[in-house]
Design a protein around this ligand. Sequence first.
Ligand code: HEM
Length: 184
Amino acid sequence: MASASATGLNALLGCDGSVLLNSTATNQAEREAHVNFGLRGVPEIDQIKAALEQSCPGVVSCADILIMAACDATAKVGGPTWPVAMGRRDGVNSTSLMADSNLPFPALNFSVLGANFAAKGFNAREMITLSGAHTIGRTQCNGILPHIYNFNGKDDANDTDPTMNKQFAVFLKKQCPQGNRTNM
Ligand code: HEM
């Protein structure tokens, strides 16, 4: 599935498939946004689209493929399934600036996140329900590093968030050596 962070609220912003569009010479697309660092799954969606275009050209949008893939992936890992209505049209606009100025960053605290979701019409309950999507998928070390090595700006192995469980911090440091943004 074109993962969120299509993975994610990013997937919501990309619910018209705009997160799948490539940059052009004059436009930096959504998927190049800082907030979309680590976005996975685009080649898989491209493959599905190519197969569909062979058998029924011009019928199924990328936005519909994304939604179906999200539903199937959820069911495949033992989650619920739901009827998926079809008929989304693909967007044609995709700018990294829009993604970076609308999507929340992982370092935001609860109240700022709440305000961010509220600005898009979601209440706290809905925000928490949607955030449950993170029980599926993986994250790269990018968002973890500042908590384990650079919490007070010292950039060393002991500069770890003091509120973090100590054993968990040891585990994360093994997974994410200093400076490695892309391990998962
Ligand atoms: C508070 C808002 C959110 C923030 C700050 C956020 C942030 C992130 C980050 C940083 C990642 C890891 C990306 C990577 O390292 O590759 C991620 C992954 C993911 N997010 Fe979100 N997200 C948010 C909301 C959502 C929502 C609303 C959904 C879906 C309803 C969602 C679904 C996912 C999924 C499925 C992944 C895993 C993707 C993978 O395995 O590649 N996220 N998110």
